[in-house]
Design a protein around this ligand. Structure first.
Ligand code: SF4
Length: 645
C-alpha cells in the first residue's frame, strides 16, 4: 500500500504554526487509526509528568480507519489527551459526522499543541486552515456557540467547549455539535486550557477507494450481520434503555450515590416507556443502520419546550439513579450538560457525592448555601450551575470527586471513583460480570465503555464462588457465529458448563472494543455481538488496500491497549489503584458486598492472560517484544527510576 491520502494536521497554538505529516504504511498497519493513532502519537508527544492543563499536553482527534465508508456505524472519532481528571491517558469516542468531515477534508488526525494566550477557534476547510479570534464566543454556552459558528461556517461540523471547559472543570466534555460529545476524561478542560473554543471542519474531497466492489460487499455483509443480532430489533426501538430495568431488578443501579441498588419507582423513572412517551423520531450517526438515538421533547409542565437527542441509559442512570431525579428532570439534566459542556457520568457522580455528604451532615447548609437532597432537581441544577462556573462550593466540586474528597474531612469514604474517574451505572455488588471487571482494568479509569462481553446475556445474573465466571446462557449457534478466533473462543467460553471465563473474555472484549475505536465503528451490542476482526479486515483491505489479516488487526488493537497501559505506568499508575470504592467492599446491597481478595485474584488472572506481571500489572518483556513495543518499555522504566530518586 502506498500514498495513503490521510494526513496528520498539527496545529501549535503557542507558535501559531500549522504543519502536515504523512501517515506511513507501517504506522497504519501497527496502529490502524482512531485510538491506535492517538496512543502512538501521544505516547511520543506528551512528555512524562506533563501538566494536563499545561502547554505540554497535546489534544488529538483521530477518525477511525473506516470512517467515510458505508460500513455500518463507521462514524466514530476518538479524542485523547492526558486527562485532567485521572492524570492518565484520557480518551473519549464520539459518532455523528465530525469524523466524516475530517476524512473528506483530508485528515485522519488533528493534533492541537501548545496554548493560546487569547481565546481562539480553528476553522478547517480542506487545505484552508485558520486560527481565528474567539473572543466573541468565549463565555457562551454550547448550543449558542454552535448556532453562531454554523452561520459563519455553513455545513461544517463543530467540536467545541462550553463554560465547563472554559472554567477548567476537570470533567468538562468536548461537545460534538449540539447533541453528541466526547464526554469522559475531562478533555473539555484540556481544550479550555489551550483557550481553544472550537474546531470547525468541512471537507469536500473524496477518498480514493482501493476496491469499490469489495468495500460494498463487506459493508453489505456487515449490515446483514448486525441485522441478524439478537439485540438488533430491541436496540433500533429503544436503544440503550433496554437494559435499565434489568439492572434495577438486579439491584445494580447507582441509586443515591450507590447506597440503595435500586429505587422503588425505578420502572417508571428509567424504563423504555420514556421513549414511548417523549421520543418522536430516531436519529442515526453516519452510516448507521441501528439509529439508537431518539429525539425527545417535553411538551408541558415545568420543563415544557426542552428538546434533546438521545434518550439513553447514561443520563437515566447518572441523574435518575445517582441523583434520584424524575424522568423530565433527567431530560432537562441532559440538556444542561450539553449546553454547559460537561460529562454526564461525572456530573451525576459529583452531584450524588455532594448530596450524600450533605445528608450525612458532612457538608453544611452554610457551606452549600441551600439544602441538598436526592430527587431535588432545583437544588441539583443550582449546584451543577455553580460547578460549571466554579462558584462557591462548586469550585471545589469542579475538581472531581476524588480531589474534592481529599479536601473534605470524611469525604473519601463516600467518593465513588476508580483512578479518579467517577464510575457509571452498574454496581458490581448487584451484578458481577466481564463488564464490571472491566471498570477496574479500563485504561481510562472507572468507566464501563471499554470492556464488555460481546454476548452478555442479561437474563441471567449468577456467578461462581470465585468471581471468575459468568453465565453464557446462549445456544451453540451463538457460539459458532461469534467472529472470534477458535482458540480464543474456547478459552473464553465453556459450552459444556455454560460459562464465560471473565479474565479471558475481558482481554478479548477490551481488544475488540479497542479495535472498534481504532477503525471507527460503534460498540453498541448488535455490533459487538456480530462484528469482529474477520469482517473488519475485509472492509479495511477493500477501502485502503492495506494487506492485513484478522489476527494482525486484533494484535494492532492489543498493541495500542498495551501502549496506553505503558503511558499510564509512566505517569505513575500504582498497582493498588485498580480497586473499587471502599463502599463496595464494606457496605452491603441486598446482602451482597464484594470480596476484596477474590476480586484481587480475578485481577491477577486477568494480568496473566494479558501477559502482564501478576502483581504490578506491568506488561512483561515477552509481551512487549511480541507486540513490538520494547522501545516504549525501556522509556517507562527509565522514567520510573527517575521518579524513585
Ligand atoms: S448505534 Fe447509535 S451511537 Fe452507534 S453509530 Fe448508530 S446511532 Fe450512533
Amino acid at each position: 500500500m502506498k500514498d495513503y491520502p490521510g494526513k496528520i494536521l498539527e496545529i501549535d497554538l503557542s507558535h501559531r504554526s500549522i504543519s502536515l505529516k504523512d501517515i506511513e504504511a507501517e504506522m497504519l498497519k501497527q496502529y490502524l487509526g482512531g485510538i491506535g493513532f492517538n496512543a502512538r502519537i501521544l505516547y511520543d508527544q506528551i512528555p512524562a509528568g506533563a501538566d494536563p492543563l499545561g502547554e505540554d499536553n497535546v489534544l488529538a482527534f483521530a477518525a477511525g480507519t473506516l470512517v467515510g465508508t458505508p460500513f455500518p456505524t463507521a462514524s466514530r472519532t476518538e479524542a485523547s489527551a492526558k486527562s485532567p481528571l485521572s492524570g492518565q491517558f484520557g480518551t473519549s469516542n464520539s459518532g455523528a459526522f465530525f469524523g466524516l468531515q475530517m476524512k473528506t477534508a483530508g485528515y485522519d488526525v488533528i493534533l492541537v499543541k501548545g496554548q493560546s494566550s487569547d481565546p481562539v477557534y480553528i476553522a478547517v476547510e480542506d487545505d484552508k486552515i485558520q486560527i481565528l479570534d474567539a473572543a466573541f464566543l468565549w463565555g457562551r454556552e454550547c448550543w449558542e456557540t454552535v448556532d453562531i459558528l454554523e452561520q459563519k461556517h455553513y455545513g461544517a461540523e463543530i467540536a467545541l467547549i462550553g463554560p465547563a471547559g472554559e472554567n477548567l472543570v476537570r470533567f468538562a466534555s468536548i461537545e460534538n455539535g449540539r447533541y453528541d460529545g466526547w464526554g469522559r476524561s475531562g478533555l473539555g478542560a484540556v481544550m479550555g486550557s489551550k483557550k481553544l473554543k472550537a474546531i470547525t471542519i468541512k471537507g469536500s474531497r473524496g477518498r480514493k477507494v482501493h476496491n469499490h466492489t469489495d468495500l460494498l460487499d463487506a459493508s453489505r455483509k456487515g449490515q446483514q450481520l448486525i441485522k441478524s443480532a439478537s439485540s438488533y430489533m430491541a436496540f433500533t426501538e429503544y436503544g440503550t434503555l433496554n437494559a435499565s430495568i434489568t439492572y434495577g431488578k438486579n439491584k445494580a443501579i447507582s441509586a443515591h450515590n450507590f447506597t440503595l441498588g435500586t429505587l422503588p419507582n425505578w420502572k417508571e423513572i428509567g424504563g423504555r416507556q420514556i421513549v414511548d412517551k417523549y421520543g418522536s423520531r430516531h436519529v442515526a450517526c453516519q452510516s448507521c443502520i441501528i439509529a439508537c438515538g431518539h429525539w425527545a421533547e417535553i411538551k408541558e409542565g415545568k420543563y415544557a419546550g426542552v428538546k434533546v437527542k438521545d434518550l439513553e441509559i447514561t443520563p437515566v442512570m447518572s441523574f435518575g439513579a445517582t441523583v434520584g431525579l424524575g424522568t423530565e428532570a433527567i431530560i432537562k439534566a441532559s440538556e444542561l450538560c450539553q449546553r454547559y459542556g460537561v460529562d454526564m457520568v461525572s456530573a451525576g457522580g459529583v452531584l450524588g457525592f455532594a448530596i450524600e455528604l450533605f445528608q450525612k451532615g458532612i457538608l453544611s447548609q452554610e457551606e452549600v448555601g441551600y439544602e441538598l437532597d436526592f430527587g431535588d432537581d432545583e437544588a441539583a441544577f443550582k449546584l451543577l450551575e455553580q460547578i460549571v462556573n466554579r462558584k462557591g462550593i462548586g469550585d471545589l466540586l469542579a475538581e472531581g470527586t476524588k480531589r474534592a474528597a481529599e479536601q473534605i474531612e470524611q469525604g473519601e469514604r463516600y467518593a465513588i471513583h476508580i483512578k479518579g474517574m467517577e464510575i457509571p451505572m452498574i454496581d458490581p455488588r448487584g451484578r458481577w460480570s466481564t463488564w464490571t471487571l472491566g471498570m477496574l482494568t479500563n485504561i481510562r479509569g472507572g468507566d464501563h465503555l471499554r470492556c464488555r462481553n460481546p454476548v452478555e446475556n442479561l437474563r441471567y445474573n449468577d456467578r461462581d464462588e470465585d468471581y471468575m465466571k459468568e453465565r453464557f446462557g446462549f445456544k451453540q449457534s451463538m457460539y459458532d457465529r461469534l467472529d472470534m478466533p477458535e482458540e480464543q473462543k474456547s478459552k473464553a467460553i465453556n459450552l459444556e458448563n455454560d460459562t464465560v471465563d471473565i479474565p479471558e473474555m475481558s482481554k478479548w472484549a477490551e481488544d475488540l472494543i479497542n479495535l472498534f475505536n481504532s477503525v471507527g465503528i460503534c460498540i453498541r451490542p448488535p455490533v459487538m455481538e456480530k462484528v469482529g476482526p474477520g469482517i473488519i479486515a475485509e472492509a479495511v483491505r477493500a477501502y485502503i488496500g492495506l494487506d492485513i489479516t484478522p489476527a494482525e488487526l486484533a494484535q494492532s488493537s492489543e498493541r495500542a491497549w498495551n501502549l496506553i497501559k505503558l503511558f499510564n505506568l509512566r505517569e505513575g499508575e500504582e498497582a493498588d489503584a485498580s480497586k473499587f470504592p471502599r463502599r463496595f467492599y464494606e457496605e452491603e446491597i441486598d446482602g451482597e458486598k464484594l470480596d476484596e481478595s477474590k476480586i484481587q485474584a480475578v485481577l491477577e488472572r486477568y494480568y496473566q492472560v494479558r501477559g502482564w506481571d501478576s502483581q504490578s500489572g506491568r506488561p512483561e518483556a515477552q509481551t512487549l517484544r511480541r507486540l513490538n513495543l520494547m522501545w516504549a518499555s525501556s522509556e517507562t522504566r527509565d522514567s520510573d527510576e527517575e521518579n524513585c530518586d
